[in-house]
Design a protein around this ligand. Sequence first.
Ligand code: GLP
Length: 261
Amino acid sequence: MEVVILESKQEIAALAGDVIEELLAGKPNAVLGLATGSSPLALYDELVERHRAGRVSFARARAFMLDEYVGLAPDHPQRYRNVIEAEIASRVDFAPGAVSGPDGNAADLMAACRAYDEAIRGAGGIDVQILGVGADGHVAFNEPGSSLSSRTRPKTLTRQTVADNARFFGGDESAVPRHVVTQGLGTIMEARHLVLMALGRSKAEAVHQMVEGAVCALWPASVLQFHPHATVLLDAEAASRLQLATYYRQVYAGKPAWQGL
Ligand code: GLP
């Protein structure tokens, strides 16, 4: 796991943008993994700018989303498929149908989840997966207690996640769906490169547990310690509880130029 501590969310977005720009330059038909939440928003703005500047094209790329609420109306603005459409998909040149998400309205949710994992495999797997982390250590919607080898499946949100996400529903916790479908931790771990972004002090404990704690279901993001290519991009506040922060800064400052992320 490479931990990079940067000064601002713009620097984090620029570095993550470099990863995606380089990927698409070398493999225009790459498969991206897109995340919702506030953490990747600056990255999506960065990618839109680079697209407008002619530096990056998504025309041959595909993308898979991490997760989805169960039961939101198809036109609900907080349905993650609509959020991703608004934040990135409609602002760049993805081909029609190139962005997929888990179906939170399927009559048979389990069958839809299995089909989703199959679709990711059928596309050749995800090249770069963008991730955030919840304050309770969840990735996608894999809440504490999730099997570290779980596949895409329905889950129930914790009270903390419902409270955290109420800000997207006008502050009304009762409007936040309790059930979701999410790529499993095992599914996410199959992506070839994981790029996780975390911002702010509310993530500091989760980041510490993810990077330096024991690998355990109580802190689902800690499974990233087993990934052969995981990059964790942090601002100073999110990094504020890291025991080895000085070392991570020293490593990154002395990193040879030839060694990409
Ligand atoms: C949400 C999403 C996650 C996201 C996380 C953190 O519930 N399902 O994919 O990473 O919580 O969100 P944010 O980036 O807004 O802090």
